[in-house]
Design a protein around this ligand. Structure first.
Ligand code: AP5
Length: 203
């Protein structure tokens, strides 16, 4: 299985990806998670990426493409979450692997701000939650780690990320339509309904 999850910030790519990886045994390759890990660990890549991520701008293509190629290595079955995000990145993917399907999580922009500003992630294992469903809990139910807000989940940065998505990533919808790989899903529904549609697509 070689899948791409496409969608605006907050559409639910990470949430669906965790479930797909668990059910189908595919490696979950999230460029956002990889970049945040590098930033946290203070690696050379992390130092170069930090300012872009903090401001909601895209990290330069060559850095992200090298990061993904390195992560894929010899892995046969994977899903990309948050990659590719530019036409350059999509063209690079075509040079090193053959994608089976691209699942496009469609969502009304009005829903995105509350999803993102209400997101909490585990500091230790990066599991994703939403304040509306936490009932006041502040610890990760998987590892007990402290829940916190992502540095780029404030309103101003989200606006910039949405702008970047429209200009630089949305054109990939047509790119993959032309390759007959694109399948749309209504991601504005509850997570279980979204995943039921994913299962229908993946079998
Ligand atoms: P990244 O981490 O990829 O962020 P993003 O694309 O903005 O996506 P999000 O993680 O915000 O949202 P998501 O769709 O995964 O939603 P989630 O499932 O968490 O990238 C961050 C930054 O890194 C970028 O801005 C850029 O700087 C850099 N970067 C990353 N990739 C790059 C690349 N390829 N090239 C260059 N730069 C790159 O859900 C959101 C919230 O909603 C959660 O609280 C969740 O619990 C809730 N939720 C999810 N689904 C549902 C549902 N169905 N109903 C109700 N609530 C839901």
């Amino acid at each position: 299985m070689r899948i791409i999850l496409l969608g605006a910030p907050g559409a639910g790519k990470g949430t669906a990806a965790v479930k797909i990886a668990a059910k189908y045994g595919a490696a979950h390759i999230s460029t956002g998670d990889l970049l945040r890990k590098n930033i946290k660990e203070g690696t050379e890549l992390g130092k170069k990426a930090k300012e872009f991520v903090d401001n909601g701008h895209l990290v330069p293509d060559e850095l992200v493409i090298a990061l993904v190629k390195d992560s894929v290595g010899k892995i046969e079955s994977f899903l990309f979450d948050g990659f590719p995000r530019t036409t350059e990145q999509a063209k690079a993917v075509d040079t090193f692997t053959a994608i089976d399907k691209v699942i496009n999580l469609q969502i009304d922009e009005a829903l995105l701000m509350s999803r993102i500003t209400g997101r909490r992630i585990c500091k230790d294992c990066a599991a994703v939650y939403h304040v509306d469903l936490l009932n006041g809990k502040d610890k990760c139910s998987l590892c007990g780690g402290k829940l916190c807000q992502r540095a780029d989940d404030n309103e101003a940065t989200v606006k910039s990320r949405l702008d970047v998505y429209k200009k630089q990533t949305a054109p990939l919808i047509d790119y993959y339509k032309q390759q007959n790989k694109l399948i749309d899903i209504d991601a504005g529904r509850e997570a279980a309904a979204v995943f039921a549609d994913v299962e229908k697509i993946l079998g």
